[in-house]
Design a protein around this ligand. Structure first.
Ligand SMILES: [Cu+2]
Length: 595
């Protein structure tokens, strides 16, 4: 069964009915039924969690500035939440979605209506589950058209195509995840990558269902590409065809003409393609960009393929052409070359506003670590510890009542406001050698509190601790941010700022901190509420590479956190075992002085 089809079939169900408001903003309503659906891939039938029986899930299609109400009916076996990735949701974190950060899960049998408020986003974003790893199959594209009467900053394409790239797990992902977390093992690895739900010609039992896209010679198309993969950055290319990247993460970029892209989990890219090649069939292919030490973790070597096929008469028996421009798994140079070309459009119609008077500076190490399994016995690094991740050596632990609820109701004992602005110790972060003591981290539920309108600069510094330096795509909720600097080695606070781009830095919601390097971002904290930020490789998120901002109210109704909707899911006080590392190093002590 071709799972691209249900997406189309459900169009009639999810098509919004519009009610016009002043200022040409529309309200849309969707019903999302989350349930188990049987599918067969890689010659094996299994059950996956879907929305409306569709993998990928239904599209949300709005115009800039609209609002969508999405009623989520949970008919699955586990609690679930949904997140509207890249939608800023001003003053409305109640509908942002990350479990135990802004809400507790929607229990099986229950429903919750999210109010998704669009403001300045334009282009493509996506939605996904934000509980455990359910987002593996519970996700879909969000298409944000320009407001009526306005156009995108490129000629109107003749057509468009949504390409959702995802990971496929042969086994029962939830069962394996829980088992691995309990035993402290490495977390599940995927068995392949999918294009609009299909693995393609290079995977077993997948040729007949390969995803196909028909094009007319001479036409130009807008591709809306979403990386919904759980744990991998991907290279993507289309044989013999040039790609022109024009948008990223719901904002426009200066056109990048290229024969491949690199896209991180969480990122979206809008790409123009002109069908200008001889009539025939061409592979659209994706493969993992791995920066991990292979000896430690290995990676998924599969190639995801779909077929671009021209309409018209030609020899159909010939094999499609494969894109030789698709870089190989470990091609760091190709990764770097593409990433360094991304610039915001930054013109009169699409201006940017990079903060220059910084009021809050943070320097944050992001690391692989070890965590004590049980505080009463922590002698051996090998047997008494499990893998963890951290930011400034704090490995995030979810609270039993979500941070937003605790903040809004002034409940103590659930989080502390002491997320550090600096690492506790300075060391040679990117050295190959590392001190075994430095590798041990501790858990905490520490947040960073920001005043409204504060201008924030964060330098993320990757570390080589545990020999585990990798690219970390960091994602922030509730805000987009500017990438003003990127570099390799240890950050130098005297010379590196001289290279900052304050003219046309990309404005994004997810961006990779390079392996053995650093990344500087800037943003203005103008969205009151609680906002999660974390690595968008779920293995790192699960291990603790997360924290949250609390942005305080700004003094007016418009600049203040709204009250919660009446039907927020209640916290049962029973935290899912699968949520995070079960390691405990005295976290409860740390919480006796809650904010
Ligand atoms: Cu990471």
């Amino acid at each position: 069964m071709n799972f691209a089809v249900p997406l189309f079939l459900f169009w009639s169900v999810i098509i919004p009915f519009g009610r016009q408001l002043p200022a040409l903003a529309y309200i849309h309503h969707y019903d999302f039924v989350v349930k188990e659906t049987n599918v067969t891939k890689l010659c094996v039938e299994k059950s996956i969690l879907t929305v409306n029986d569709s993998f990928p899930g239904p599209e949300i299609r709005v115009r800039k500035g609209d609002t969508a109400y999405v009623n989520v009916h949970n008919q699955g076996h586990y609690g679930i939440t949904l997140h509207w990735h890249g939608v800023k949701q001003p003053s409305n974190p109640w509908s942002d979605g990350p479990e135990y950060i802004t809400q507790c899960p929607i229990e099986p049998g229950a429903n919750f209506t999210y109010q998704v408020i669009f403001t300045d986003e334009e282009g493509t974003l996506w939605w996904h589950a934000h509980s455990d790893w359910t987002r593996a199959t519970v996700h879909g594209a969000i298409i944000i058209l320009p407001k009526e009467g306005t156009t995108a900053p490129y000629p109107e394409p003749d057509g468009e195509e949504v390409i959702v790239l995802a990971a496929w797990y042969k086994g029962d992902l939830m069962t394996e995840l829980i088992q691995d977390i309990v035993t402290g093992s490495d977390l599940p690895h995927s068995s392949g990558y999918t294009t609009n739900g299909e693995l393609g010609d290079f995977s077993n039992c997948s040729s007949e269902t390969i995803y196909r896209w028909s094009v007319d010679y001479g036409s130009t198309y807008l591709l809306r590409i979403v990386n919904a993969v759980v744990n991998a950055e991907l290279f993507f290319a289309i044989a013999n065809h040039t790609l022109t990247v024009v948008g990223m993460d719901g904002a426009y970029v200066k056109p990048i003409v290229t024969d491949y892209i690199l896209i991180s989990p969480g990122q979206t890219m809008n790409v123009l393609l002109t069908a200008d090649q001889p009539l025939g069939r061409y592979y659209m292919a994706a493969r993992q960009y791995s920066t991990e030490p292979i000896a430690d973790t290995g990676f998924d070597h599969s190639n995801a393929t779909a077929i671009l096929e021209y309409n018209g008469d030609y020899n159909l028996s010939a094999s499609p052409t494969f894109p030789h421009s698709l870089p190989l798994y470990l091609d760091m140079k190709a990764g770097k070359n593409f990433t360094h070309r991304i610039r915001s459009l930054a013109n009169e119609d699409h201006p940017i506003s990079v903060p220059t008077n910084i009021s809050t500076r943070m320097f944050i190490t992001i690391s692989m670590n070890l965590l004590c399994k049980n505080i009463t016995s922590c002698n051996s690094l090998d047997t008494d510890h499990m893998i963890a991740t951290s930011m400034n050596n704090v490995s995030w632990k979810n609270p039993q009542v979500d941070v937003l609820e605790a903040y809004y109701r002034n409940l103590s004992g659930y989080y502390t406001s002491d997320f550090p602005d600096w690492p506790a110790t300075m060391f040679n972060f990117t050295a190959d050698y590392y001190d075994e003591d430095a590798v041990v981290t501790h858990t905490g539920t520490k947040v960073k509190v920001l005043n409204y309108n504060e201008s924030v600069e964060i330098v993320f510094q990757g570390t080589g601790l545990l020999g585990g330096s990798v690219n970390h795509p960091m994602h922030m909720h509730g805000h987009s941010f500017y990438i003003v600097g990127i570099g390799y080695g240890n950050f130098d606070n005297e010379t590196d700022p001289l290279s900052y781009n304050l003219v046309d830095p990309p404005e994004v919601n997810t961006f990779g901190v390079p392996k053995d390097g650093w990344l500087t971002i800037r943003f203005v904290a103008k969205n009151p509420g609680v906002w999660f930020w974390h690595c968008h490789l779920d293995r790192h998120m699960t291990w603790g590479m997360d924290t949250a901002f609390i942005v305080k109210d700004g003094g007016t109704e418009e600049t203040s956190l709204r009250p919660p909707p009446p039907n927020m899911p209640q916290c049962t006080g029973v935290i899912g075992v699968s949520v995070q590392n079960p390691g405990d190093d005295g976290r409860d002590d740390a919480l006796t002085n809650s904010s």
